[in-house]
Design a protein around this ligand. Sequence first.
Ligand code: FMN
Ligand code: SF4
Length: 406
Amino acid sequence: MSELSNSLQKLLSPVQLNGITLKNRIIKAATFESMLDDNNNITDKCIDFHESFAAGGVGMTTLAYCAPEPDGRMIDSYMYIREEIKPQLQKLAERVHKHGCMLSGQIAHCGAFSRNKKLQRKRPVAPSTQFNSVGMLYGLFFTQEMDRQLMDEVANSYGNTAKIMKESGFDAVELHFGHGYLLSQFISPITNKRKDNYGGCIENRMRYPLEVLANVRKQVGDDFPILAKITMYDDMKGGISLADGIESAKLLDKAGIDGIILSAGTSSQNPMLLFHGDSILPGLLEYEKNPVMRFGMKLVAKTMFRNYPYRELYLLEAAKKIKAETSCHIIYIGGANEVESLEKVMDLGFDFVQSGRPLLRDPEMIHHLQKLGKNYVNGCDHCNKCAPLMNDPDGIRCVLPKWSEQ
Ligand SMILES: Cc1cc2nc3c(=O)[nH]c(=O)nc-3n(C[C@H](O)[C@H](O)[C@H](O)COP(=O)(O)O)c2cc1C
Ligand code: SF4
């Protein structure tokens, strides 16, 4: 046992989040598992996957990309939350709880970011009708601007999903307001061209996302933690600026969100900003079977897969700005790999750290940190080879040898 610094002790000590106690401040970030069966249900492998982080000591783990309705799935083999899959969700909650770990579910609707050939509606829903570059090769040429009825339908599906999760034993939910998914399509001026009071200034662009939050809050009650993952900025011309990011965080805070996870970029147009490190394009090309799509991806490679060399805490400067303007819990995410980085995030007063790749690299990171303190080395090299495995039937994993065998 190594002596722990005050910052590490803080990181590894229990903390409250709207009525629940996490045994430490490390939350496993949503990393789309790709562990689903033919009925769009999570498999026992997915449950084992989350149990590995629970057994490894994290305070909370997050089931990723739970679509709130069938058309919320990017492709039809993804999961959507419904009553019939409750037994498997309950099993997941029981297995995670066995280790004193909390469970959250990330609710994300793809909106226009859809390649779903089995859409129930004619077109993918979106803030505005636009040409759909993502779905055009699948016959989905245009998106459908959401009218009041569609907006209510989709907002209710978020509320219903959160209710099912709560009834299944989940301890929190995480609403995806970022990465180019539906709610972030409302926030971005590139995808939101509305002329009504849901478009224009940031207050208007945040109006629908806040209605979704209100619907979820109504379903789960005041004493149930709701987190929001946002894009602080997307580095796109005419897209989400840091000023937008700060304002959205302030509006979420005012609307009673329990915690905000501060990410950046969009999965659809500028994915490397959220990852930093080696390009995920070669891996994605390996899994893309459609030759036209492969050609298209190579064509847009330079603009879409921009180069963001990895550096520790690559989102820290923007995150500090948002932290200074908000009073809810603030959750740091992005390149918190080294012990010094984790300590720094604690010293700066962030309440939690969400960890994606470091935990994929070493699911027992907490136990190893407790044992080794400042001598702990995680070993994730930011190759990002785990990310394209979102398309692999065996699911995501770190491609390096097991941490204990390195
Ligand atoms: C394999 C993989 C899958 C991911 N899937 C999701 C996802 O489903 N939803 C999401 O919001 N972010 C997803 N991300 C992004 C992570 O949650 C996180 O924002 C990013 O990896 C940066 O954090 P890190 O440096 O701790 O890995 C994924 C990342 C990886 C590596
Ligand atoms: S494959 Fe492993 S080493 Fe590479 S980025 Fe993912 S977790 Fe890190």
